[in-house]
Design a protein around this ligand. Sequence first.
Ligand code: PLP
Length: 428
Amino acid sequence: MDLQTLPTDSLASFRDRIHGRYQEFRARGLTLNLARGKPSAEQLSLCQELLALPGKDDDLSAAGDDVRNYFGEAQGLCETRALFTGLLGAPIEQIILGDNSSLAIMHDVIVYALLFGLPNSPKPWSKEEQITFLCPAPGYDRHFGICEGFGIKMIPVPMTGSGPDLNVVEALAAEDPTIRGMWCVPRFSNPTGDVYAEETVERLAAMPTAAPDFTLFWDNAYSVHILTDDAPELANVLEAAERHGNPNRPFVFGSTSKITLAGAGIGMAASSPDNVTWLLRHMGRRSIGPDKVNQLRHARFLKDQDGLHALMKAHRKILAPKFERVHAMFSELLSGTGAATWSEPTGGYFISLDVMDGCAKRVVSLAKDAGIAVVPAGQTFPYSQDPRDRNIRIAPSFPVIAEVEQAAEGIALCTLLAASEKVLAERG
Ligand code: PLP
């Protein structure tokens, strides 16, 4: 039943019926949170063993270094880097391990680029009149927050379902020398779940850019976070960029925040040999080195890449049913109404809900009144400006499954209420 084609009197009674259901929902007095993509307690418990590792008699790395002390290997323990060659698509020598947050490494790369310039920069970014980043949107609010904090101009680029619209990206990057960077979450984008197609990766790696130091901030936060058997693979951007003569273009980032412990994981970066040398030089001034005990702890716990993938399967068992419940509830209440569309991701942590244009703020505020927290409308866009006021990011990982289902029901009711109010208002 498409709301747009309902006769006005039927639409008004539909709106009243949904309003009644919404009031009943509100009266339940629930407190539900679908705002941040946090692992649930059940997921964190998969890694409980980490809290007791490496153990009181285990303090030597494979190279024989005492992890309790300061020592070389600023890049991180070899055995721990070896766990992530597949995840990052890079050899051990091109991987740098940091402390727990990959976002901190991305932030620092931008700070160093501003202060000193990247290997291919004519001068530090801060000495340029303007620095601009391309921002596939909807995207990750914290990426946009870094740019906003440093006064980096952001240009939103639409997503297509298999990555950003490359015709827009290529045209802008070729003509505008202020464009120095682009945020990419290439496998299971936050929040749309897009996996960049092979052709997208190739074109990003190969495209001519007006700036000599144009950089892909390739945030592969969810690269191994599969939810279904048909999740598409991602092409290797480092190899593609090297093949096309642009080896310094991508910086790949990742972390174990949603593999092991979000509060005590390992952040990491991989790039070309030049970029790795550049980053290590600047990181080496900032710190003697990150937490080596945590690196050894992770090596002991994950053991090898098979161990990592086995753990991801256990996460999937917990996560996939939550995503399925949201889809089932949205399908039951929203299908055919024209009130919303939503992504059905094959991995990652989010569902991207597009409500009727001009309704996202209203839906979020109705949800808040009914005890459901989601990120504020607009936050998935640069400057928190969703031009169509329609996108809402749903993060089903943290609550228990019964709560996920209730929250999805509540959000669907808010979506229907806002849409029917809007269509009625338009008819006057
Ligand atoms: N990148 C993306 C795309 C994310 O969604 C998140 C967390 O939600 C992060 C990075 C944060 O990662 P970390 O904990 O490694 O800083």
